[in-house]
Design a protein around this ligand. Structure first.
Ligand SMILES: Cc1ncc(COP(=O)(O)O)c(C=O)c1O
Length: 466
């Protein structure tokens, strides 16, 4: 059936137009297109596509982006599946019951991976990322606290949430958007994430929960979740106040299960009520996909869950968005089936081994001091040795940018604002060859900025990572 259209030039004329301008000629019409207001009329799809592509060339190369934790490489088969399902809306559960089934299976797989004592009782959903998952986790904590307080006849006016000053901005947003007082346990020189020591001084009857991070966005370190839970056990014994824990495993919940099987951080710890992760970080899916899981129905109050019955049965829904891409869930399902436990362990191990090798090498090429060494998340932070004259980490970052590498520099929050670091994140796709080129460039950049450099590694030497 012909598609009715308005005043659009027929396709053939567009073709003539394109051809008449000559293949390889700069298309004059592109230059005339307004970019801050809607063009008055339509243009050829080919011309516009070329125009958009040209603009996109100015963006960075995702594979050279060492700043992001987000997946920048996927197998062609996974890309194909995403392209084939690009039009599928996760919210249309009646139309796409199979994607819903895939989502539920992914939740079950994660529940088992995170040692839920009763995986069948776990409630969970996909989200657009860890930020949305964090909002949901925080909301559930808040609602549970309100219900408890109301049942005790106590007021619910001043909820607070306790977390390290190193939390990712999503937790600051949660506190702001959902009107919960944020209580940040500050960093100290040499302690750049939340630990059990200082924690309970920040807790009281109005604390809806404690957020712990696996691992920290600032430096890739794991927070000691088990110690934190133990400190809260002690606090409960002393005060009677039972404070649940949410684990923000945006990156680490897809790393630790494979590489740190002895680490206690997940649903094995009774106090852990909920966990989030980003499928689009070490879950090997392009952005944006996240997951939020609750240990059981008690951890996710019923009145936050909307029952959707499009499927004939009843399907619980608890997300901020309604319409969302189904393609990301399909890609996650693919990556779980494709790699399995062993494959995911190998990918994570490769990234960690590259990160550790890079960290070890960086120590030797200039006046650098490691804050972390890549042995937790495959990411680490390093700084210029205090007292280094003549350049800052911001200069290094800037000079690396000119070579195409995006290596971010930033300062830690007060009172550690004097600590300025560079952070490097290793993901699948950052090969040993790329790592070798990176080291060669960093060596040269450092030498140029800081002339008294010690002995240098040979340039463009592939990094031996394992
Ligand atoms: C610890 C932590 N939590 C939450 C987030 C936010 O995740 P997303 O980008 O998936 O929303 C990040 C992002 O880097 C993170 O590192």
């Amino acid at each position: 059936m012909p598609i009715p259209h308005t005043d659009v030039m027929p396709e053939a004329e567009f073709d003539t137009l394109t051809v008449s301008r000559g293949v390889g000629q700069p298309p004059a019409v592109d230059l005339l297109l307004p970019v801050d207001e809607l063009p008055e009329s339509s243009s050829s799809p080919d011309l516009v596509c070329r125009r958009v592509r040209d603009e996109l060339m100015l963006d960075g190369n995702a594979r050279l982006n060492l700043a992001t934790f987000v997946t920048t490489w996927m197998e062609p088969q996974a890309r194909e599946l995403m392209a084939e399902t690009a039009e599928k809306n996760l919210a249309d559960r009646a139309e796409y019951p199979q994607i819903t089934a895939m989502e539920e299976r992914c939740v079950r797989m994660l529940a088992r991976l995170w040692h839920a004592p009763h995986p069948e009782q776990v409630r969970g959903c996909s989200t657009t990322g860890s930020s949305e998952a964090a909002m949901l986790g925080g909301l559930a904590l808040k609602r549970r606290w309100q219900e408890r307080r109301r049942a005790q006849g106590k007021d619910t006016a001043r909820p607070n949430i306790v977390m390290g000053a190193n939390v990712q901005v999503c937790w600051k947003k949660f506190a702001n958007y959902f009107e919960v007082e944020p209580r940040y346990v500050p960093m100290e020189p040499g302690r750049y994430h939340l630990t059990a020591d200082a924690l309970t001084a920040y807790c009281d009857d109005n604390t809806i929960g404690v957020v712990t991070i696996l691992g920290s966005t600032f430096d890739g370190s794991y927070e000691p979740v088990a110690d934190i839970c133990m400190a809260l056990d002690g606090y409960q014994a002393a005060t009677g106040t039972d404070i649940p824990v949410h684990v923000d495993g945006a990156s680490g919940a897809m790393v630790a299960p494979f590489l740190d099987p002895d680490l206690m951080w997940d649903f094995q710890l009774e106090r852990v009520a909920s966990i989030n992760t980003s499928g689009h970080k070490y879950g090997h899916v392009f952005p944006g996909l996240g997951w939020a899981l609750w240990r059981d129905a008690e951890a996710l109050p019923d009145d936050l869950v909307f029952e959707v019955d499009y499927l004939g049965g009843s399907s619980p829904s608890f997300t901020l968005n309604f319409s969302r891409p189904g393609a990301h869930v399909v890609a996650q399902y693919y990556s779980f089936l494709r790699y399995g436990f062993e494959g995911l362990r190998n990918l994570a191990a490769q990234s960690r081994s590259t990160a550790r090798a890079l960290a070890a090498r960086i120590r030797t090429i200039g006046p650098y001091e490691l804050i972390t060494d890549g042995s937790e998340l495959p990411a680490f932070a390093f700084r210029l040795t205090p007292g280094t004259q003549g350049c800052t980490v911001f200069d290094v970052s800037h000079a690396m940018r000119a070579r195409g590498w995006h290596l971010p520099a930033y300062s830690f929050p007060a009172p550690c604002q004097d600590v300025s670091v560079l952070r490097l994140v290793v993901r699948t796709g950052f090969t040993a060859e790329l790592a070798g080129m990176f080291i060669a460039d960093l060596t040269e950049v450092t030498r140029n900025l800081h002339t008294t450099l010690p002995t240098l590694a040979p340039p463009h030497q592939p990094l031996v990572t394992a």
